[in-house]
Design a protein around this ligand. Structure first.
Ligand SMILES: Nc1ncnc2c1ncn2[C@@H]1O[C@H](COP(=O)(O)OP(=O)(O)OP(=O)(O)O)[C@@H](O)[C@H]1O
Ligand SMILES: [Mg+2]
Length: 160
């Protein structure tokens, strides 16, 4: 497993991380976002979407709609497992097809549906450090995701 730490001192740093991740994503990639309420999962998604899409799209936690789709260079499926009762409910939304599909999947609260995640996925854990500071841990599970994390490390260090 490949993993890296990124400390965001403010929201601009979080955006920067989102944009770096976005550069590396391809159709079929799955990224899970884990962390408490208000950790910054949606905020990071906003950075990723802004980077892949020309127009300013409204990005909110898809807590009630469960799956939000954004038009971008490739479809972005933004999912939220917070209110799901179980993994079957997730599958009943047609999620399986999306997970192997034509776009990128970004899943908040993915630990709640860990049994149906593809074995190859990038896991992002976010911890709130101070009011505006967040610690991100990015881990790769599987060969494709390890490649993403290794490329991300290069991108972030090249810029530092
Ligand atoms: N460096 C930072 N990175 C991300 N968010 C930050 C940062 N500093 C402050 N924030 C604030 O923290 C909050 C993060 O909210 P966000 O909706 O992204 O959380 P979430 O993890 O998606 O929560 P939920 O589980 O409720 O969906 C926002 O109000 C954002 O402005
Ligand atoms: Mg959210």
């Amino acid at each position: 497993m490949s993993n890296l730490q990124f400390l965001a001192g403010n929201e601009d740093d979080t955006d920067y991380l989102g944009r770096a991740i976005a550069q590396l994503l391809q159709a079929g990639d799955v990224v899970t976002l884990n962390g408490e309420l208000g950790a910054g999962k949606t905020r990071l998604v906003r950075g990723i979407v802004a980077s892949l899409s020309d127009d300013d799209q409204l990005v909110n936690s898809p807590t009630f709609v469960l799956i939000q789709q954004y038009a971008a260079a490739m479809p972005i499926y933004h999912m939220d497992a917070y209110r799901l009762t179980d993994e079957d409910e997730f599958l009943s939304l047609g999620a399986e097809e999306l997970l192997q599909g034509d776009g990128v999947c970004l899943i908040e609260w993915a630990d709640r549906i860990s049994g149906v995640l593809p074995s190859d996925h990038v896991r992002i854990d976010i911890v709130s450090i101070r009011e505006n500071a967040r610690q991100f841990q990015v881990s790769g599970f599987g060969s494709r995701s390890n490649q993403i994390v290794n490329q991300l490390r290069l991108l972030l260090t090249a810029d530092a």
